[in-house]
Design a protein around this ligand. Structure first.
Ligand code: PNS
Length: 161
């Protein structure tokens, strides 16, 4: 039997959106297990603490073969620790490309045996990002269709005046 194919899906997830959930689902086209890796220091002042971000992901995604962990330090070191052979990143628009391309090449330089796989989200989610969700929620806009209900509640608590 061949060993399970493990993919790491890293990010800030501040907070997780329906777009992230869509990419996790798509990852199972080529992975047996997906480890969502929540970067502790990715954003300088995230809205949600890393513990909150992890807890929200666990509520939004209950798939048996999805694990959620936080990590500090280099992503490739984390990926090696969990036995991953792939890093999954989403590409929504051309504007994502330069940063993603640089990151993929740097990660390959650090760990040549780990491949970066880019996934395109569902068409109606290409505009979606955590920062836009935060912005809209902060101004009282409706983000109910863009995030899991647990995330919606958490945003409501953060921005309650
Ligand atoms: O969702 P984000 O904020 O775009 O995710 C960026 C993230 C967390 C994937 C990236 O900043 C990262 O991998 N940080 C860990 C440190 C690291 O390995 N940096 C070198 C990558 S080239």
């Amino acid at each position: 039997m061949s060993p399970p194919r493990v993919a790491v899906y890293p990010g800030s997830f501040d907070p997780i959106t329906r777009g992230h959930e869509d990419l996790v689902r798509r990852s199972f086209a080529f992975a047996d297990r997906v480890v969502i890796a929540v970067a502790v220091n990715a954003a300088k002042s995230p809205l949600f603490t890393v513990e909150e971000r992890v807890a929200l992901i666990r509520q939004a995604i209950t798939h048996a073969n999805v694990e959620v962990q936080s990590f500090e330090g280099l992503l490739v070191d984390f990926a090696r620790r969990v036995g991953a052979s792939m890093l999954v990143r989403g590409l929504r628009a051309v504007s994502d490309f330069e940063y993603e391309f640089q990151m993929a090449l740097m990660n390959r330089n650090l760990a040549p045996q780990i491949e970066t796989v880019f996934l395109v989200p569902a068409f109606d989610m290409t505009y979606l990002s955590s920062s836009l969700v935060r912005e809209v929620a902060r101004h009282g806009g409706d983000v109910a269709s863009l995030v899991h209900p647990a995330v919606l509640q958490a945003l409501g608590r953060k921005y309650r005046r």
